[in-house]
Design a protein. Structure first.
Length: 256
């Protein structure tokens, strides 16, 4: 099943099988032939879309994982406090695991993968595997453990998968920008057609944000049983980046 077919299946799932929700893999994972997947959940737009594609493609998603820094307690992948990830899990109806990695990233990651491999997980899914620029190292660790990779967005320097996100009714807000490339006024803005039009007009910027030009936080998607409401946040700047740090966030009911 190619990506276009997956998207058609995803968008039409309400008519064919009922709403695609976390109930489909809560408690008992979705089964597929020979696949038991660990999916990295960053909390951003790719995470939500990646999960929907994986489920539509019948992958056996067993665990959602968000790596945190042992010293700070914050997510490694995005400028979130850990509570945002916890609440996203509540919206999904599942628990997102948040193991900590220390200064020896490679050793800690290796031990973590060993543990999941012993649990029968044989595939890792991610929007793009490149933590701290150590892509080759991570791929080598996966290969050594005979773990496959599900990475549908890798190498896409286009707007296509973001446009697919909008078709899949995923709502996300911009929570981080490289202010050397993107105007800080977009902090807190929705990832919508207006934002995509702006991004498309920038030179030297990957429209999908693969090179950390911007970061997002998913507040709603088809799989969410509730949605996130960010009522208070503060803007901070560090080393050429501006972040909108959510301070007060809660889950709210979806409007019928």
């Amino acid at each position: 099943m190619d990506k276009k077919e997956l998207l058609r299946n995803l968008v039409s799932v309400d008519r064919k099988r009922g709403t695609l929700t976390a109930d489909r893999f809560r408690g008992e994972p979705v089964r597929s032939a020979g696949n038991s997947m660990l999916l990295f959940w960053s909390g951003g737009k790719e995470s939500a879309y990646l999960l929907q594609i994986a489920l539509a493609g019948k992958y056996g998603v067993r665990t959602l994982l968000n790596l945190t820094d042992r010293q700070t307690g914050f997510s490694i992948s995005a400028p979130f406090n850990p509570q945002v990830i916890v609440l996203q899990g509540e919206c999904l109806g599942i628990r997102i695991e948040q193991p900590c990695l220390g200064d020896d990233y490679n050793a800690d990651l290796g031990r973590l993968l060993d543990g999941y491999r012993k649990q029968g997980i044989d595939r890792v899914g991610a929007g793009y595997i490149a933590p701290f620029g150590q892509r080759d190292c991570v791929l080598e660790k996966l290969h050594k453990r005979r773990m496959g990779v599900f990475e549908p967005f890798s190498g896409e320097a286009s707007l296509r998968h973001i446009q697919d996100l909008l078709c899949a009714k995923t709502e996300a807000v911009v929570v981080g920008v490289d202010i050397r490339k993107i105007d800080r006024r977009w902090l807190g803005a929705a990832v919508d057609k207006k934002f995509l039009q702006y991004i498309r007009g920038l030179k030297g910027v990957d429209p999908s944000g693969e090179n950390n030009e911007y970061q997002t936080c998913v507040v709603d998607c088809k799989l969410f049983k509730k949605k996130l409401f960010i009522s208070r946040s503060r803007a901070v700047e560090w080393n050429g980046f501006a972040f909108l740090y959510p301070e007060k966030v809660r889950c709210i009911s979806k409007t019928p």
